[in-house]
Design a protein around this ligand. Structure first.
Ligand code: AMP
Ligand code: MG
Length: 504
């Protein structure tokens, strides 16, 4: 066999390896759940970034995905075998106002793959053209927000927080018109599912109880298989969502994450963080922090997130009422009981997390109060959220490291007063200081997606076509619990308040 023959054979094999192990279930649901349509092809697809580790985790061949054929699939220009592209219908409360029809206006679900470990994942293109749900929109996404979602969702995954993932970002070679013309891109998003609170609301608003039941059965199969055996499976599903979302929002709070658009259409039944629009991480600790340009009222401020999540879950319970009780009264009682699970589930994650952050992972309410006093002092003194807790790790094993923590407080004496009480508790709790510091370093990240660094990486990619800073930042964010050069200083004060925009 000649060298040329071998080359031909390899090319053919690569073509075969590009097959996705699709096993689509959402596309099997009745027509009123979705519109069936292909993505709209783009002018000149160019791979910006491929998540090779995630590709392998899904059972996909990253080398095949990086071939021109693979990139065409990721751009929506070619339909992979077994793919049944659909745009899903959903409704939602946006900033408190109910919109009976939203839906995938610029996203297309290519299908579901079953990974080698048996887990099922949606593969969705975001920015893939107009759909019947686009309303006035162009169905496209700009490169900046696509790369931003890539960075932040992958950072969240590395931090250990349930989230959708980014498999790829592809430049379209086309402009999108926002306030100014911007380069366009398509994100390939991976999620355990894209079922939202708003998906239930879509059918509830139409009085379509049959569809609600079909949707709930589908959600149970995917996210709460145990609920199928419960006395009331739909109530058990609701309880599952409440528990997952309570724990999710607690993990956001513990890491200083602000979602920014906690509308019910952006609240997932799977309990994953979804729809990274105007999200950001807090620098200086302030519960009133808001970043989003469209959140004028501060509805989705950092400190409001648990309350808002509870509100969103109440909307889910409302939508599910016809499923969860034989009479209206029984349904209301069951719904309220299920919603009552929020506070204990939130506290279980949040209070344990707070104690762990200060190195006192017992079950003492006194230690929660102690952590609360630190947060209060941080808020009053503009202390950087991430760095205070990270530097505290060293202070837990070496009192001399207090100097690094106190320097983060406008009035360092505010830290000193707290540290005296903290240290007394550490002595009382006992244990090996080095082990305690190590445990604290495993929950208090050294690196988060700092707004200024994210913006700089996006600017280099968009203005200069230089993906170097994006790659470097992504690499750094993939190891958030490691100390890294340059990560141990608070960001320089910005000239103006940091603002994020929704036009993703
Ligand atoms: P979001 O605020 O990003 O969660 O989106 C809210 C709704 O607006 C969803 O139904 C989106 O599909 C839709 N949407 C957002 N941007 C666009 C766009 N550029 N074109 C069409 N629909 C969009
Ligand atoms: Mg959304």
């Amino acid at each position: 066999m000649s060298i040329l023959d071998t080359g031909t054979l390899q090319a053919a094999r690569q073509g075969e390896a590009i097959r996705f192990p699709f096993d689509n279930s959402y596309a099997r649901l009745p027509d009123r759940f979705r519109a069936r349509l292909d993505p709209t092809p783009v002018a000149a697809p160019r791979l910006l970034k491929l998540n090779t580790a995630l590709a392998r985790r899904l059972g996909l061949d990253p080398a095949a995905l990086a071939t021109p054929e693979g990139v065409e699939i990721l751009a929506g220009n070619r339909i992979a075998e077994g793919s049944e592209p659909i745009a899903a219908a959903y409704a939602g409360h946006q900033f408190g106002n109910f919109v009976p029809q939203l839906g995938d206006g610029r996203a297309i679900l290519l299908g579901e793959v079953v990974a080698p470990d048996g887990q099922r994942f949606d593969i969705q293109l975001k920015g893939s053209g107009r759909t019947p749900f686009s309303r006035g929109g162009d169905g496209r996404a700009a490169m900046g927000p696509v790369l931003r979602e890539y960075l932040v969702s992958e950072a969240m995954a590395a931090l250990g927080i349930p989230t959708t993932r980014a498999l790829a970002a592809v430049a379209t070679g086309q402009e999108v018109r926002r306030e100014t013309p911007l380069p366009g891109a398509v994100l390939t998003r991976v999620a355990s599912s894209h079922i939202r609170v708003g998906t239930f609301q879509f059918f509830a608003a139409r009085g379509d109880v049959e569809a609600l039941r079909i949707l709930a059965d589908h959600a149970i199969a995917r996210h709460d298989p145990g609920a199928a055996n419960a006395p009331n499976p739909y109530r058990a599903l609701l309880e599952g969502v409440v528990a997952r979302q309570a724990s999710l929002v607690a993990s956001w709070m513990l890491i200083g994450f602000i979602h920014g658009v906690m509308n019910t259409d952006n609240t997932s039944i799977s309990g994953e963080t979804i729809d990274y629009g105007p999200c950001a991480f807090m620098d200086a600790y302030d519960p009133a922090t808001v970043f989003s340009s469209i959140d004028q009222m501060g509805r989705y401020a950092y400190g409001n997130q648990p309350r808002i999540m509870q509100w969103n879950l109440a909307r889910l319970a409302e939508a599910m009422l016809p499923l969860i009780g034989d009479s209206e009264e029984a349904a209301l009682a069951a719904a309220n009981e299920a919603l009552g699970g929020f506070a204990p589930a939130f506290e279980a994650t949040y209070l344990a997390g707070l104690r762990a952050k200060i190195g006192l992972p017992g079950d003492s309410m006194g230690d929660v109060a102690l952590a609360g006093e630190l947060l209060k002092a941080m808020a009053e003194n503009g202390a950087d959220f991430t760095l205070t807790f990270r530097r505290l790790c060293s202070a837990a094993e070496d009192e001399a490291a207090d100097a690094r923590v106190r320097g983060l407080f406008a009035d360092p004496a505010a830290y000193d007063a707290w540290a005296v009480r903290w240290r007394a508790r550490l002595v009382e709790a006992g244990g090996d200081p080095a082990a305690r510091a190590a445990a604290m370093r495993a929950v208090n990240p050294a690196v988060i997606p700092r707004n200024q660094k994210v913006e700089a990486a996006l600017e280099a990619a968009i203005q200069r076509g230089d993906l170097g800073p994006f790659e470097a930042l992504l690499d750094s964010l993939s190891r958030p619990y490691e100390d890294q050069p340059g990560a141990d200083e608070p960001p320089a004060p910005a000239g103006a308040p940091y603002i994020t925009f929704c036009g993703t």
